[in-house]
Write a protein that binds this ligand. Structure first.
Ligand code: GDP
Ligand code: MN
Length: 361
């Protein structure tokens, strides 16, 4: 019943019943994509890449999430692109639209101000709903309750290397709950009051702050000179570093924990997802940096990944060769647009190497 109805004269009709979609990978895991019908082409491109580089050897299922029903074309094409089972889930309205405690007038003012300030995606309500959903709701959608692990995929991304192992299994065996590829700084004007809200949360729930947290990764230590040229010790200030959440391989039970739930609710109640334009990436990241053991966070240095405008690729020549990485990408006009991000200006990776988890396996 989750398989598409195909036009009766379609040759594709023949192929489906004979294709074995049985899962080979042993983990209780799924690939998941929040996506719009109009993004079908980009969704297929991402799927093609991830299937070829990883999933065809494991046939993990795909869960597609949308606040409107997927159309037949979307279902047909993505089902054929997947090696595993596919599920198409409608997000309940109350999980997508803004909560009832959001003040309409303040919301409208927030939108207007964000547009004035040139905030990226500042004028779009659907983008706010998306960030709010990805921050606090994707992991508790009914279908997702069946799984312990997810791999987040977005339309129009590309995986540059063969995986050659099951990343879910690697995380589980090494007691990791979260894996990322790119760490980068957030646009400050999207989150004017996020950090102060986080500090209030930590003051109210000190027992939830993990003793081996990675707060050092996201706060500045640098002292600065005041204008009398004397050193002022820095207060804790968010340095805008976060894991880029369009790529995530992680444990759903972390997000379903009481600690993360309290954290999300606290942020949500402040209204910042709507009065400002908080992204799900800093929200996920700060949650992990505060609530999780830093040794449970893994940097996948051997997974090449492209999401415009950044490309991350393994730096080791051996890895590039043995994993068949193709570390370039081209823009629509054929220009090379690869922007390696590893240690670039906006990258936080060297900071992660210094303050985050050491080599732990
Ligand atoms: P960016 O990566 O921050 O530039 O934002 P994207 O446009 O890639 O959106 C992030 C993810 O959310 C992608 O997987 C999109 O397909 C998805 N997305 C964004 N807006 C909507 C929406 O209104 N509805 C649905 N169903 N998905 C959305
Ligand atoms: Mn994107």
């Amino acid at each position: 019943h989750n398989q598409p109805k195909l036009a009766s004269n379609s040759y594709l009709e023949q192929s489906i019943p004979f294709r074995n979609r049985q899962q080979i990978g042993k983990e209780n895991a799924t690939l998941v994509m929040l996506v719009r019908n109009k993004e079908l082409k980009g969704a297929l491109q991402s799927m093609r890449s991830l299937e070829d580089r990883f999933n065809r050897h494991y046939r993990y299922p795909w869960v597609f999430l949308n606040e409107v029903p997927f159309d037949d074309e979307f279902i047909e094409q993505t089902t054929l692109m997947a090696s595993g089972e596919t599920f198409y889930e409608l997000i309940p309205e109350e999980d997508w639209e803004q909560p009832s405690f959001i003040d309409e007038e303040k919301y409208e003012n927030g939108i207007a101000k964000a547009i004035m300030d040139g905030v990226i995606y500042g004028g779009t309500k659907s983008y706010r709903n998306m960030c709010h959903f990805n921050s606090g709701y994707f992991y508790r959608q009914e279908r997702m309750l069946n799984y312990d692990w997810y791999f987040r995929v977005e339309p129009d991304v590309e995986y540059m290397c063969d995986f050659q192992y099951d990343p879910f299994e690697l995380l589980r065996r090494n007691n990791k709950i979260y894996g990322f590829v790119i760490a980068i700084t957030e646009y400050e004007n999207t989150i004017p009051t996020l950090w102060q809200t986080v500090e209030e949360f930590m003051a109210e729930y000190p027992e939830l702050v993990h003793p081996n947290n990675s707060l050092d990764f996201i706060t500045t230590h640098e002292t600065s000179l005041n204008h009398w040229k004397s050193l002022v010790p820095s207060s804790t200030k968010y340095n805008l570093c976060h894991f880029w959440s369009n790529f995530e391989i992680a444990n759903l039970n972390f997000f379903r924990s009481e600690a993360y739930g309290k954290y999300f609710d606290y942020l949500d109640k402040s209204g910042g997802f709507y009065y400002e334009r908080w992204g799900d990436a800093p929200v996920h990241s700060i949650g992990l940096n505060i609530l999780a053991d830093k040794n449970s966070i893994h940097h996948f240095e051997d997974i090449g990944y492209y999401h415009a405008p950044y490309l991350a690729c393994p730096t080791s020549k051996d890895v590039v060769a043995s994993k068949r990485c193709v570390c370039k990408t081209y823009g629509v006009d054929g220009d090379r647009i690869d922007k390696p991000i590893d240690v670039g200006l906006f990258s936080c990776l060297s900071r992660w190497w210094k303050y985050g988890a050491g080599k732990s396996f």
